[in-house]
Design a protein around this ligand. Structure first.
Ligand code: 4GO
Length: 254
């Protein structure tokens, strides 16, 4: 079995990762040998005898800033470990590129990712010398980059072949690319008077495909219309949306 992706995670709180990395799909991906997660404690690269890693900010202000030396030490350590690999060194931070599915797909093409998780008020600016990518999971501030790193790792891991299982067809995935998911149902056929749509029980695969596509389009139009704008829609898709928009225009809102 060949390792498809190595993710080195640099953090002051490696224990924060044990839950997500020892459960469910990420656990299985490691057991299958598809992905290696390596947690590196930045504190192990402290250069002083009390093993401190942070200090007060120059210029004053509240809180502590992580010093550059231990972060440089930890990054250099993993780059030497993976010597001949081409690596993306990612800093999790609010000013980074917003994570979306396209970025996850792009990262899943790599063989080696390094994720740096800051904590407290932030990391010394000079760490950015080593960084190839800055990523944000959304417009809010967290106490550390650990939760964002887990989000990125999860979004990337599920795209690695074999992680979600053998029979996951990428064709089906790409069919719905950029659209919200269609509704899913399982047994029972009726629950508290709520029925599973007949078409899903019909066995007509073409009809089921059409119904799901239509549901995805309608959901995206209703909840995230800005996603539709950037998509290449075929004439059948456009016909569905035209009909909905025409129906809406006939609504009397006076
Ligand atoms: C990343 C890091 C939010 C994000 C962070 C985000 N907060 N939106 N906090 O992806 C440096 C110290 C940044 C705490 C870190």
């Amino acid at each position: 079995m060949v390792i498809l992706l190595i993710i080195d995670i640099l953090t002051l709180f490696p224990e924060m990762f044990s839950g997500p990395l020892t459960s469910s799909i990420l656990k299985r991906a490691q057991e299958r040998g598809l992905i290696v997660f390596n947690l590196v404690n930045i504190r192990d690269f402290s250069t002083n005898k009390h093993h401190t890693v942070d200090d007060t900010p120059y210029g004053g202000g509240a809180g502590m800033v992580i010093c550059p030396e231990p972060v440089f030490g930890a990054v250099k350590h993993v780059l030497v470990l993976r010597e001949q690999m081409s690596s993306r060194v990612i800093l999790m931070c609010p000013q980074g590129r917003p994570l979306d599915q396209a970025l996850a797909v792009n990262l899943a093409k790599e063989k080696h990712l390094v994720m740096i998780c800051g904590h407290y008020e932030g990391i010394d600016e000079r760490v950015r010398e080593l960084v190839t990518d800055e990523i944000s999971i959304g417009d809010y501030v967290l106490t550390g980059g650990e939760l964002p790193a887990m989000v990125v790792a999860d979004a990337v891991a599920r795209l690695i072949p074999g992680v979600l299982g053998e029979d996951t067809s990428t064709a089906e995935e790409s069919f719905n690319e950029g659209l919200l998911e269609y509704p899913q149902y399982t047994r029972p056929r009726e629950y508290r008077g709520l029925k599973v749509p007949d078409v899903l029980l019909s066995g007509h695969h073409a009809d089921i495909r059409k119904w799901r596509r239509r549901q995805s389009l309608l959901r995206t139009l209703a909840c995230r219309p800005e996603l539709l704008v950037q998509l290449a829609l075929d004439s059948e898709d456009k016909a569905i949306i035209k009909k909905v928009l025409a129906d809406l225009q006939r609504l009397d809102l006076s």
